[in-house]
Design a binder for this molecule. Structure first.
Ligand code: LLP
Length: 404
C-alpha cells in the first residue's frame, strides 16, 4: 500500500478504482504482502524448522487458505467449520491442529476420522471423550494437552488467554495429573504440549516466561513431547507507537529451549501472517458538524469491522487522495449503526474531508471479515484480492435479498 502522486494504491491499482468498480465497503487484500509475510515468518524461524499452522479463525477466506496451502503451511482450527474449510482448500490433515475449549463429540469424531495431526485438549472431560471414540473405532489417537501457564501476556485484557483465570487450557496441577492418568492409555498418545498465551503480543518477555514455565512442567511430567505447540499471538504494528516484536530474541529463546528438549515446534500465527495484508475501503456518506465534533459518517460500520467497537482497537485511517491538512477540529469517524460504540477513530489533525471521499481503514486482514455480521440487517462487504494490476473478487458483496 503506497501513495503515488497523492493517490492511494494497493499494489498497482488505485483505491478509487477499486471502489468505483466494486463499490464499498470492500476488503482489499494484497497477494504480494501475504507472500512477503509468509516468507518473513519462515525466515525468522528458519533455524528451528517449525511446523507453521495458520490460525484459520483470523481469516477463513478460501482464496487466502489456498495461498496458505500453496506456501506449505498447515492450519490451526477451532471448529468443524474451520476444519472443513482447511481440508476443502487442500491443507493436509497431517498439518492440522485442532484447539478450543469446547469441542463437541461430533467434532472430535470427525477430526479422528480425518486423522489430523493433533487434537489439543483443554480439559480432562475432552480427553475422556476422545478415548471413548478411539476405543469405539479401535484407534490410537494423537493428542496434545494445552497448558495454562498462568502468564500475563501484557496485551489487551480481552484477548489474553494464558492467565489462571482464563478458561483456556489446564492448570499445571491438572496438566500433570492428566499426563499421569493417560500416559499409558492404549488408545491415546500424548504427543504434544500446547500453549497460547494471548494475541497482539509485542514483547518477547511473556514468551520467555512461557518457555521457562513449559520447561519446568516438562521436567515435572517426566514425559517426552514430540511436539511443543507454542500457539500464535505475535503482534503487528497497528500504529507508529506500537512496539515491534523482536523475532530474533524469540527465535534464540526457542533455540535454547530446543537444546534441552528435542521436540518439534509448532506455531499457530494468525494476525502476523494476514493482519496487515488488507485494508477496508469505505466512503463518506455524510458529514455532520457540531460545536465540538465533526462526525464523518462512513458507509462501513461495526458489522463490517468489529475490532474498534469490541476491543477499543485503534486502526489507522488514511485517505485515497491526499488533501490539505485541517488542524484543531475533532474528526470522529463513525458508522451508520445504531450503537454509540460504532466508531472507527478520533483525529484532531486530519485533511479536509468531503462527502463521497474514500478512505482506507488499515490492518484489517486478521479478525476483520471473520467477525463481520448482519447486525442492523446490513449486507456483508465484498472481498477483493489484488495481484499486481489484476483484481479478483474473492467474496462477492452479500445481496440484500439473501438476508431478507
Ligand atoms: N492459537 C490459538 C489457540 C488461539 O486462540 C489464537 C487466537 C491463535 C492461535 C492466533 O493468534 P494470533 O496469532 O492471531 O494472535 N479477535 C481478537 C483476537 C482473538 C484471538 C483469539 N485466539 C482481535 O481481533 O484482536
Amino acid at each position: 500500500m503506497k501513495f503515488k502522486k497523492n493517490k492511494l494504491y494497493i499494489e498497482n491499482v488505485s483505491a478509487e478504482n477499486i471502489v468505483n468498480k466494486f463499490g464499498s465497503p470492500t476488503y482489499c487484500y494484497s497477494l504480494k504482502k501475504l507472500k512477503e509475510n509468509i516468507k518473513n515468518f519462515k525466515k525468522n524461524f528458519k533455524r528451528i524448522n517449525p511446523l507453521i499452522c495458520f490460525s484459520v479463525k483470523s481469516n477463513s477466506n478460501d482464496y487466502i487458505l489456498k495461498e496458505i496451502k500453496l506456501s506449505g503451511l498447515g492450519a490451526d482450527v477451532v471448529s468443524m467449520g474451520e476444519l472443513l474449510k482447511a481440508l476443502k482448500n487442500g491443507i493436509s490433515a497431517k498439518k492440522i491442529v485442532f484447539s478450543g475449549v469446547g469441542k463437541s463429540y461430533e467434532e472430535l469424531e470427525y477430526a479422528i476420522e480425518k486423522k489430523i495431526l493433533l487434537i489439543n485438549c483443554e480439559s480432562e472431560s475432552e480427553i475422556f471423550d476422545i478415548e471413548k471414540i478411539a476405543k469405539k473405532k479401535r484407534k490410537i489417537v494423537d493428542i496434545g494437552i494445552r497448558l495454562n501457564p498462568d502468564i500475563d501476556a501484557k496485551t489487551i485484557n480481552k484477548i489474553s488467554t494464558g492467565k489462571r483465570e482464563n478458561k483456556f487450557g489446564l492448570t499445571e496441577e491438572n496438566f500433570l495429573k492428566c499426563i499421569k492418568k493417560f500416559k499409558n492409555n492404549k488408545n491415546l498418545k500424548i504427543k504434544c504440549l500446547s500453549v497460547h498465551i494471548g494475541s497482539q503480543i509485542c514483547s518477547y518477555k511473556p514468551y520467555a516466561k512461557m518457555l521457562s514455565v513449559i520447561n519446568k512442567v516438562i521436567k515435572k511430567s517426566k514425559h517426552i513431547f514430540e511436539y511443543i505447540d507454542v500457539g500464535g499471538g505475535m503482534g503487528i504494528k497497528y500504529s507508529n507507537n506500537t512496539k515491534s516484536l523482536n523475532y530474533k530474541k524469540y527465535n534464540s529463546l526457542l533455540i535454547n529451549f530446543l537444546k534441552k528438549n528435542k521436540s518439534k515446534i509448532i506455531f499457530e500465527p494468525g494476525r502476523s501472517i494476514i493482519g496487515d495484508v488488507a485494508c477496508l475501503l469505505t466512503k463518506v456518506l455524510h458529514i455532520k458538524k457540531t460545536k465540538n465534533i465533526n462526525f464523518i459518517i462512513l458507509d462501513s460500520a461495526m458489522n463490517d469491522f468489529m475490532r474498534p467497537a469490541l476491543y477499543n482497537a485503534n486502526h489507522r485511517i488514511i485517505p485515497s487522495k491526499k488533501n490539505k491538512l485541517v488542524n484543531n477540529l475533532n474528526h470522529e469517524f463513525v458508522g451508520p449503526i445504531c450503537e454509540t460504540t460504532d466508531k472507527f477513530g478520533n483525529f484532531s489533525k486530519f485533511q479536509k474531508i468531503n462527502k463521497g471521499d474514500i478512505f482506507a481503514i488499515l490492518d484489517v486482514g486478521a479478525y476483520g471479515m471473520v467477525l463481520s455480521s448482519n447486525y442492523n440487517l446490513r449486507a456483508k462487504p465484498a472481498e477483493i484480492l489484488v495481484k499486481g494490476s489484476s483484481l479478483k473478487v474473492i467474496t462477492k458483496r452479500q445481496m440484500i435479498n439473501k438476508i431478507i
